[in-house]
Design a protein. Sequence first.
Length: 361
Amino acid sequence: MATAAELPRRAARPSMADVARHAGVSSQTVSRVSNGHRNVDATTRQKVVESMRTLGYRPNGAARALKSGHFNTIGVIMFTLETFGNIRTLDAIAQEAAKANYAVTLIPLPGRTSRRVSGAYNRLSEAAVDGVVIIFEAHLLDDAEFALPPGIPVVVIDSNAGSGYPVVDTDQALGARQATEHLLALGHRKVWHIAGPRTSFSASHRVESWQRTLRDGGVTPPRVLYGDWSTESGYRHGLTLGRREDVTAIFAANDQMALGAMRALHELGRDIPGDVSVVGFDDMEEAHSFWPPLTTVRQDFAEVGRLSIKKLLARVTGAGPDGNDRTIVPTELIVRGSTGPGPAAVPVPPAHAPRPRRRTD
């Protein structure tokens, strides 16, 4: 084994002074070029750039950041990477941040407590970020005792931000109303709902809007069936609902639970949409490939990501207002083949009559 003295020495990293000597200019000129200042003539700038390339010099970004107070990094705190919505939102945030020349530092949280969020926020503060996006998907900020330490701009997605925290979110209530009204307009006398977790902010808003829409239509809401966003929970509740002949319409709080419910209905021999219509929420890429293709509520995750970064960077640069402002992104109902007329719209045919043809669009 080679001794320490025998090991090859790592080549010293070229310094700003090395570049200055190579280019025949002052260190101040090299500093101005590396920091993007324009008060250097084109010929001199080109000489410095060529010397940097020749020597393999890289400007010390950390030192520049400490000096300027800007790190060009955005922190993201989120509870889980398992759900479709969180993955799409994070992707949109990363893309929009990159367009503004910002990197993203992610801290996923295994627990759902205000203490963990505060701890993650403090860790990001120490990691040198210019601002933080927090994707809660929970009611933590409803807790009066919960507060983030001051000093770093924050934008919240998918929660009630309370006082002082700006919010960007999908219009959860609008999406649930669009889904429920669509099924009622098709003639279904009652719409059942497979909801997300009780702790989820977005799920609770969809439940409230679904119930309100049914009551506005003169329908008493049935009991809520709570899932956990997974296809398995949708399948489990789909078996329960599919065994009831009076169930003709199901609104699932996300596409994955809708897929699980559709599998259960198929196994029970219930035709979709001939016997039961199904609506999801999200419009994941595969929704059009379900059988039949899934009617669903489309969320614009790219717009949520774009607006959250835009709002955060406005606060980072001092161009945005402080305080509690809320930006809501509208949803869109995408009608496909999983929904059809209910018993209130089409007379029930005699037992010997042929069944309606299944829609394939």
